[in-house]
Design a protein around this ligand. Structure first.
Ligand SMILES: Cc1cc2nc3c(=O)[nH]c(=O)nc-3n(C[C@H](O)[C@H](O)[C@H](O)COP(=O)(O)OP(=O)(O)OC[C@H]3O[C@@H](n4cnc5c(N)ncnc54)[C@H](O)[C@@H]3O)c2cc1C
Length: 415
């Protein structure tokens, strides 16, 4: 069986693994239906449901082929973790990255994967040109399909084989981490987004506390990477949750200990090493991108609901901001958005919690992350994006037989 990272999506493994471009073209041309997989890190039902899963890991291509005038041609099916050091050998880097770099660039681009930073766009917005394989096995480029349609396209228009992206001169970042009171963070978050290159925070349920993280560019000397204590912290949060089932006082006591043990952190290193870390505790996630002015009220409502009705939830809530862009299906099209992410343990039921919170996101005009869990279908999605029906018409034009359209995606992209 194929399974995604969180284990909530599975499919009988009928994988096609072409090793050359010609084999890829043949595989796609001959298939009745298929879905291309990246690193399987999406929580949403994007891969399963068709005859075949197309796995591009056997295809050999240089990670970076040409760097010129602020752009680089790269192999989009390489992992971000491989692309960053390859770009560094050319003295360039991604402008921004998300929490991890275990995804492929294709997968990240296709779902509008983002980091945080008021002036920093998502990875899809960095795509400047691309080559793809269309449903008949034909080569397509961004001269044939408008770039703003390809940028966020979930593998529905073609299989990305080459990508040109914006890059910036190689840079180092300083990360600062500090504990704060929730009320202070909520009052100052917009100022902090305006001031810092990257600012984000995690709210720790049932503590009234947040962990604030800022990143600034620096020429200071690199320091030793701190021990990654995220996994330990999540385990303590779970332990406290379990203890709280017998005694709520014990949960409070353990959470207090955890917040006392949280020490301020100051780390300088290469941008991608500082921005990305491993996530070894498996979880399921829902994330909505909200108009910035709605974020404070939504967060208050969500935290209130969580603490009143969902004592079992122990994963922190993550809050970030991303700059606006012009891609047709980008959740950030039309202006910056504040992203609020909620999580449950991968092995625990998420339904009651996610079902309770999702209407709050929707009511506030939120758009779901394409790679994360949500319940929206064509009717709701077409109301969220001015260009949604144009994208669906183009998809139908390029792929009239729905070779790249699975049943789950048809509910979103077919009227
Ligand atoms: C632990 C963890 C941390 C995460 N952190 C963040 C974060 O900080 N920020 C954020 O925004 N998201 C984050 N995500 C979500 C993740 O970035 C996205 O779901 C991303 O799409 C996963 O990339 P992937 O390579 O695993 O692609 P998959 O999940 O395998 O595929 C995603 C989509 O890309 C398409 N695709 C893959 N390859 C191609 C190709 N060659 N051509 C065309 N389409 C293709 C697939 O068909 C699918 O529709 C995280 C996920 C996990 C599990």
């Amino acid at each position: 069986m194929w399974s995604n990272w969180a284990g909530n999506e599975t499919s009988p493994l009928q994988a096609a693994r072409p090793a050359t471009l010609a084999e890829l073209q043949q595989t796609v041309a001959r298939a009745r239906s298929l879905r291309v997989v990246g690193a399987g890190h999406s929580f949403a039902p994007l891969i399963a449901g068709n005859d075949q899963i197309l796995d591009l890991t056997a295809m050999d291509a240089p990670a970076v082929s040409c760097v010129q005038a602020g752009t680089a041609w790269v192999n989009p099916n390489a992992l971000l973790a491989a692309l960053s050091p390859a770009l560094a050998t050319h003295d360039v880097a991604f402008r921004n990255l998300g929490d991890i770099n275990a995804q492929t660039l294709s997968g990240a681009i296709s779902t509008a994967t983002h980091g945080t930073g008021q002036s920093l766009p998502c990875l899809s917005a960095e795509l400047t040109a691309a080559r793809l394989i269309g449903p008949a096995g034909q080569v397509l480029t961004t001269d044939d399909i408008p770039l703003d349609m390809v940028q966020v396209s979930l593998g529905l228009l073609g299989i990305l084989t080459e990508a040109q992206i914006n890059v910036v001169p190689h840079y180092n970042l300083r990360r600062r981490v500090r504990l704060s009171a929730l009320s202070d963070t909520l009052d100052s978050m917009h100022e902090k987004w305006a001031d810092a290159r990257n600012f984000e925070f995690f709210f720790i349920p049932f503590t009234g506390k947040t962990v604030e993280i800022t990143h600034e560019m620096t020429t200071a000397k690199e320091t030793k990477a701190p021990r990654d204590l995220d996994m330990v912290a999540v385990k303590v949060l779970k332990l406290a949750r379990n203890a709280g089932r017998a005694s709520p006082g014990l949960r409070r006591f353990l959470l207090n200990l955890l917040t006392l043990a949280q020490s301020d952190e100051d780390f300088v290193g290469e941008s991608w090493r500082v921005l990305c870390s491993d996530r070894r505790v498996r979880f399921k996630e829902m994330e909505y991108h909200l108009p910035p002015e709605a974020a404070q009220e939504v967060l208050k409502q969500i935290i209130d609901r969580l603490q009143k009705d969902h004592a079992d939830i122990y994963f922190p809530i993550e809050v970030r901001q991303t700059a606006g862009d012009d891609a047709c299906l980008s959740p950030f099209s039309g202006g910056a958005r504040v992203s609020v992410a909620i999580h449950t343990d991968a092995s625990e039921d998420h339904q009651a919690f996610f079902n309770a919170i999702e209407p709050i996101f929707i009511e506030a005009g939120g758009r779901p992350h394409w790679g994360k869990m949500h319940s929206l279908t064509f009717r709701e999605l077409s109301a969220l994006y001015p260009g949604f029906e144009r994208f669906c018409a183009l998809r139908q034009d390029i792929d009239p037989k729905g070779k790249f359209l699975s049943p789950a995606l048809a509910r979103m992209f077919r009227p």
